[in-house]
Design a protein around this ligand. Structure first.
Ligand SMILES: [Ca+2]
Length: 325
């Protein structure tokens, strides 16, 4: 599959977006070249969402733009760890403290477009071990240093690598673990949401308002080049971080999790859930530069086959390192 959006790929992108908008109604394997089985209603929904997001961007144009991150407080800096990848390239991590949280979204959650999806049933999750998580998505510079190649569509050393498959993301973790002697892996879906929430109980890590999303995320309403109008990923870490120092958890690129996808993760309390023992599709979280605000919510769940790529729609990842390593 080429890296440029052919007509069929663009249609697949809209299909993928609509699958997110459709939430739990889409249960099947999602591939970029899958035959679209959508109604005009889904397409209309997505078009309406895009239009609404654009209007919000216009209304909150200045609010939705942020400059470089400001200096970190000393206490926050002490929670950081840095991996040396070689060739002076580093990867910064933030400590995510163990704890208990409510995963998913309430059935009553309202949303400008759609709100709660059936595959987001709220349940209590205990994260029993603190861990470190990459403060940004893995960048192209970091990926190329470890893997010796850069498959990205939107080239830029500090842009997140994308698209990579789940298998490639796992291979990155394996190689970096071998290089550093540390335990390095993808986050579980529960770890990802826990880290993204950073203690919040709202639709986004910063609150409920779509109008504020552009301060924290690159998504469809603000990812376009101001001159050309072409939408793309952006360098990682330019937007405001969440309360635990993580950047771009919402938007920029979808992020692979280690879990097999299940549409029903159930209402029961769980400790360190890692998803089903087997499955056909893997989980991605956080939405992307090409998604509406609904797809970028804390509890929104993307999924695709582990050997499939999100192509220009963005499939990246960030790493987790065990606390004791
Ligand atoms: Ca992201």
């Amino acid at each position: 599959m080429g890296r440029h959006p052919s007509k069929s790929v663009l249609f697949s992108i809209i299909t993928l977006a609509c699958l997110m908008v459709a939430g739990a109604q889409a249960q099947g394997l999602v591939k970029k070249d899958a035959s679209p089985v959508r109604t005009n209603g889904f397409l209309d929904d997505f078009a309406a969402a895009q239009k609404k997001a654009s209007v919000m961007m216009t209304n909150a144009a200045e609010t939705a733009r942020s400059g470089p991150p400001t200096a970190r407080p000393p206490a926050e800096a002490a929670r950081e760890r840095v991996l040396n990848l070689g060739n002076t390239v580093t990867l910064k991590l933030a400590l995510i403290p163990k704890g208990i949280f409510l995963m998913g979204s309430p059935a009553t959650e309202k949303d400008p477009e759609h709100g709660h999806a059936d595959n987001e049933v709220q349940h209590t999750v205990t994260i029993s071990k603190s861990f470190y998580m990459g403060v940004t998505e893995v960048t192209q510079k970091q990926y190329e240093t470890v893997m010796g190649k850069n498959p990205s569509t939107f080239k830029g050393p500090n842009n997140p690598v994308d698209p990579v498959t789940w298998d490639e993301a796992v291979e990155f973790c394996r190689k970096l673990a071998a290089k550093t002697g540390k335990t390095i892996r993808l986050p579980t879906e529960a770890e990802w949401e826990y880290a993204c929430r950073a203690g919040s109980k709202t639709r986004f890590s910063f609150g409920d308002a779509d109008a504020d999303l552009g301060v924290y995320a690159w998504y469809t309403a603000n990812s376009a080049d101001r001159t050309t109008g072409v939408k793309s990923t952006h360098p990682a870490g330019l937007k405001k971080p969440n309360a635990w120092g993580l950047y771009d958890m919402h938007g920029n690129v979808w992020e692979w999790c280690s879990d097999w996808y299940t549409a029903d993760y159930g209402p029961d309390s769980q400790t360190d859930p890692a998803g089903p023992a087997k499955g056909a599709i893997r989980v991605l979280r956080g939405g992307s530069w090409n998604y509406c605000s609904w797809g970028c919510r804390l509890s929104g769940r993307g999924r695709i086959g582990p050997d499939g790529q999100y192509d220009v729609n963005g499939g990246g990842f960030r790493v987790v390192v065990a606390e004791k390593d």
